[in-house]
Design a protein around this ligand. Sequence first.
Ligand code: NAG
Ligand code: NAG
Ligand code: NAG
Length: 388
Amino acid sequence: MQARVGSHGSLEDSKDSVVATRTNQSKALPLRLLQLFGLFLALCFAFSIISIYSVRHFGIYSVVTTVKSNFVPCNEEPLTLDRWTKPPSNLLHSMSDEELFWRASFVPRIKKYPFNRRPKIAFMFLTKGPLPLAPLWERFLKGHEGFYSIYIHSLPSFNAEFPSSSVFYRRQIPSQVSEWGKMSMCDAERRLLANALLDISNEWFILLSESCIPLYNFSVIYHYIKKSKYSFIGAFDDPGPYGRGRYNENMAPEVNVTLWRKGSQWFEVNRRLALNIVEDSTYYPKFEQFCRPACYVDEHYFPTMLTIQAPNLLANRSITWVDWSRGGAHPATFGRADITEEFFKRVFEGLQCRYNDQPSSVCYLFARKFAPSALEPLLHIAPKVLGF
Ligand SMILES: *[C@@H]1O[C@H](CO)[C@@H](O)[C@H](O)[C@H]1NC(C)=O
Ligand SMILES: *[C@@H]1O[C@H](CO)[C@@H](O)[C@H](O)[C@H]1NC(C)=O
Ligand SMILES: *[C@@H]1O[C@H](CO)[C@@H](O)[C@H](O)[C@H]1NC(C)=O
């Protein structure tokens, strides 16, 4: 019995002891877990305190961003300001007019430039093909790099071949056929403006033809334009049949006959007016539909539109001299035999105009029309009469 009891007892005992040890173990285990868990919580707490403290005081975030920016994929250039301040390296983009005009209409809202911006003149040549007077322009521009840009719109079929040393090298923009007196002419001018607007440093935009020449040296012209309060676009109210007579009442109310203007196509506009012209979708459809020959849209669209939108910015006169005295539908063209000192005396003599609201005798900075045969005598006479 005892044995049994004993054995039993011992069994019991051993059983008990096993149970006892089990109970002892099961009591000790949660305790250790709790301790571990407590330690873990304490560590977490300490770590979060440390992190918050470090972020607040040492700006750990900047370390994180620096690390991130080092991991730019190798095919992407890091973004720098140059992307917006440097002119496009290639003028032959593949944008449609709609895409180009949209892009060209971007305007920074912060007026102060965060870089050293030197305002440039954009000389925009609207041509059929070659530029026979290019050597004269080359001489005019020599030494003034960084103060001008050049853009050429020619017939799309024309392939320009300027040497890489020329200021005209690769300055052709994607062009389309444009016809005198039609909207396609204004389209070409808007295309020139839009391409030139892509260079944020272009501040003044001058439209020229292949038969234009400069009448002063670059410094005189640059300062005349820079110091002017107004942009030089011809805009006058002609009550006759070739002025108001071309107005179509269907243009109202956007265009009122009282603001109908006429002017030569050869303009100088500043960046603000260039944007007005490129972004216009209010007046364009009116002119496109209701100003067709014998309403010559290139003589009315910009002068009228800008007179409505920004009359106080316009000088209302052109800076391109032209001779209508020979009569006819086209102005006089001057060739080899015309180019004399006497001729230029006639061009400069007796001029009167207003410059910055003051009387002035410097009224024209450019002149047209000059034939290719005029080039040689012009190069010869330029230092004496034109100052370059
Ligand atoms: C440009 O012309 C003006 C006036 O004719 C003259 O005073 C000036 O020295 C010329 N500038 C240069 C760089 O030749
Ligand atoms: C043009 O403007 C004048 C006032 O300047 C106004 O009397 C006239 O009704 C307008 N004409 C049209 C067609 O809107
Ligand atoms: C140009 O004409 C507009 C009206 O068409 C006028 O408001 C503006 O003052 C003129 N500009 C100058 C310089 O006289």
